[in-house]
Design a protein around this ligand. Structure first.
Ligand code: 13P
Ligand code: SF4
Length: 303
């Protein structure tokens, strides 16, 4: 705390001067999540909040695709990311040309892209989806077949929840693909009462061991509402750290995999970002217009 306190104070003061809002993902470290963020949530909540804010400046504490989504939704605002190297293995797994090629291969099949994609890829899609609304978005299209890109595991999980035929891609999250069914079985054997919660970016054999699968916000809600005695959070490390303070009676087991990209965001670089108004996230206006149609289609769905 002696280290964090001056940063927290300076960031919160400068936020007012700049009329800035800090949008922080659930995987940000507890000092960011608890002490400087104005809005915390999963990718869907952050995209939805980005449509509502009247701040002049958005500081995105998360990875680059999240900041791009905020810029797409707010072309007239300044969107900053404290470290633009904060990438995502899913976003780099597919290009706009890959999507065009898939459309040529599967003519007439609509393309739903995970929000974990670049603006160029979103611009080639019909609708966006997140782990919090994936099945509903796919079913909202009212067709027998949908392409869900680029996360192969999220696509498999969606396919297990719907009758719609899913065509997928070979992307994967470098954090969630590392969990194994074996390690989860070991937790269950050690304590049969344990509740296992998994993110849908995990491989199917890992999800098969879980009691509940959902987005980071849905995992947090599960813990806060159901208050299981002991919980295994099969997702990024900071998730459990952040919910712990809101669910003090729950014991957390953390098979902890860090997202190195999320961890590029720190209190010192958030402060620098606000002091120097950098690093500004820009999206080509032509790309942004097309990507916005896809993101807004998702945000406006009544689901
Ligand atoms: P959520 O939308 O569930 O927060 O997931 C984002 C993400 O990057 C998970 O790895
Ligand atoms: Fe991307 Fe995985 Fe990190 Fe989420 S946890 S930002 S999907 S690499």
């Amino acid at each position: 705390w002696p280290f964090f306190a001056p940063y927290v104070k300076a960031i919160n003061e400068l936020k007012k001067v700049r009329n800035a809002v800090i949008l922080a993902h659930n995987y940000q470290t507890p000092e960011i999540y608890n002490c400087v963020a104005d809005v915390v949530g999963d990718s869907f909540a952050l995209a939805r909040e980005a449509t509502k804010t009247d701040a002049d400046v958005i500081v995105q504490c998360g990875v680059h695709f999240m900041a791009e989504t905020s810029k797409i939704l707010n072309p007239d605002k300044t969107v900053l990311i404290p470290d633009s190297r904060a990438g995502c293995s899913l976003a780099t797994s597919i290009t706009a040309e890959d999507v065009r090629e898939l459309r040529r291969k599967h003519p007439g099949v609509p393309v739903a892209v995970y929000v974990n994609t670049t603006a160029e890829v979103k611009a080639e899609s019909d609708i966006c989806l997140t782990s919090g609304n994936a099945v509903q978005v796919v079913e909202s299209l009212g067709v027998p077949e949908v392409m869900v890109l680029p996360d192969q595991y999220l696509a498999m999980w969606i396919a297990s929840q719907t009758k719609v035929k899913i065509i997928s891609w070979h992307g994967a999250c470098e954090v969630h693909e590392r969990f194994t069914a074996e390690e989860l079985r070991a937790y269950r054997e050690a304590d049969p009462e344990v509740t296992i919660l998994a993110h849908p970016e995990c491989p199917p054999d890992v999800i098969a061991e879980a009691d509940f699968t959902g987005s980071t916000a849905k995992l947090a809600d599960y813990v806060k509402l159901k208050k299981p005695k002991k919980v295994v959070m099969v997702t990024e490390c900071s998730m459990a750290d952040n919910i712990m303070s809101e669910a003090p009676d729950v014991e957390f087991v953390k098979p902890c995999n860090l997202c190195p990209h999320m961890k590029r965001i720190t209190l010192p670089n958030i402060l620098e970002s606000l002091v120097h108004m950098r690093e500004e996230v820009l999206v080509d206006p032509m790309i942004a217009d097309r990507a916005r149609a896809s993101v807004e289609r998702m945000v406006n769905l009544k689901i």
